[in-house]
Write a protein that binds this ligand. Sequence first.
Ligand code: ATP
Ligand code: MG
Length: 562
Amino acid sequence: MPMSDVPAPKDFIRTIIDEDLASEKHFGTVTRFPPEPNGYLHLGHAKSICLNFGIAEEYGGICHLRFDDTNPAKEETEYVESIKTDVRWLGFDWGEHLYYASDYFDQLYEWALYLIDTGKAYVDDQTSEEIRASRGDLQKPGTESPWRNRSIMENRELFEQMREGAFGDGEKVLRAKIDMAHPNLNLRDPVLYRILRATHHRTGDRWCIYPMYDFTHGQSDALEHITHSLCTLEFENHRPLYDWFLDNLPVPARPRQIEFSRLNLTYTVMSKRKLLQLVSERLVSGWDDPRMPTLSGVRRRGYPPEALRQFCKTIGITKYESTNDFALLEASVRDVLNQTAHRHMAVIDPIKIVLTNYPEDQVEQMSAPNNPADPEAGHRAVPFCRELYIERDDFMEDAPSKYYRLRPGGEVRLRSAYIIRYEDVVKNAEGEIVEILCTYDPETRSGSEQAATTGRRVKATIHWVSARHAVDAEVRLYDRLFTTEFPDREEGSFLDYLNPDSLQIITTAKLEPALAELPPGRTVQFERLGYFCADPDGHANRPVFNRTVGLRDTWAKAQQVN
Ligand code: ATP
Ligand code: MG
């Protein structure tokens, strides 16, 4: 069974769910993934998606996709669409359970009035600076607002006027009346509503007051009958407030918030704000730049969604902050691609070989396996002729004794073709090699009976492309986006640590003809070079390929050497 089909290990959240089902506290699970549509999803979100939708799959439950769109200024329809695309791409389906926090604006407004009527909310005339300054800190209690003891009647009237647009932006807010000396700062009369004239992507200009995230999230969970509301650790301190609203409002259900640690990865940043900065300052080509840790970026890079799901299972769910090695994610990518990607031949730094004893006009179709790991993948025909390209570094004129590829006096096998022998080189006026002359041994064709009976062996097999049939291509090689493991933690701006060599564009590549027909988004293995994904920038006459990942983890090695 491939790793991606293995059930996720039991973590503390699944243990809680098991207990809740066993004790009949719940009779099923309802989870949700609640992105704010203010950017594209990143790999951290994949962890949350795999957790929430994964639980729904494992327990026969339901997972909602809910857009947490309480902040009108930063949200855009483009983000909503990209988020839907990315969740589906990862392999999950919310079915009919698509929701928007903005759908609950009327209900939330009613609940704000409810808190006012029960003496648990008041309109405050203080400015946001005054509110911040009077909040106190961990050592010092906050001070009560001079407006805290307004009558219920007055609060109601003022709040209704706030809604009707009687006041300017920021002139008043609605606050919960809890405890200005509470040890948890989130319970020191948190703001519930603010005045903000901004057009909302769904409600347009219907509202000029907007509920705060904390006043929205738990109530949305309750309205949707979420059983387990799974979020990241930074919300742990908000849980008492989450519960306070549920305790003090006539909500129809009682969800439970449980926190887990976020995904952090080395050599990248994982915050929408920072990723937006990379995009808007044009430091990358867009949200889907293949170097970006966004789901659209890694999709364009060629990562299969199974690899992300497998990776999320590997790292598991804990309560401890940690950072995972990017190489671990790449290992999952390799693992999946090794089983699924078709093999092809491509030469990215070509040098020409001429087989002097091969008939001038002859073309043979060599049969090559599409995937040695999967016999059902079949074979394809690869044209072979007198002139071929091989990789420049597969030949060495002054080779050390341990060099087993092509060298003066030496022999190599051309993958799925013949054994060839070095004869001579042709140099230009500058003394650079422009052509290597070889002879081939007709008895050694791969898979032929003759080759089997002669049993001749050589130490190395190299890849090649027929020069007459080759398709010219652009190949984009990617490296880490940042030069340091923790760009967020370094001195100065994270932008100071961008890797100037994170993109290398190769324009000389020569491809096996079949590669010209690959649809964008398809990932294949270029034999001996790595996995590469066809990019939408290319076309049949000039394909473009992105290197998804190398065949081995060369990064770890390079790090040690330097
Ligand atoms: P960012 O800081 O990148 O903007 P966010 O938490 O503000 O992220 P949301 O759109 O609010 O982004 O997140 C949607 C869901 O994804 C939330 O439940 C959030 O906890 C979760 N999430 C966000 N980042 C990560 C991460 N790095 N690892 C795991 N879950 C995450
Ligand atoms: Mg957020």
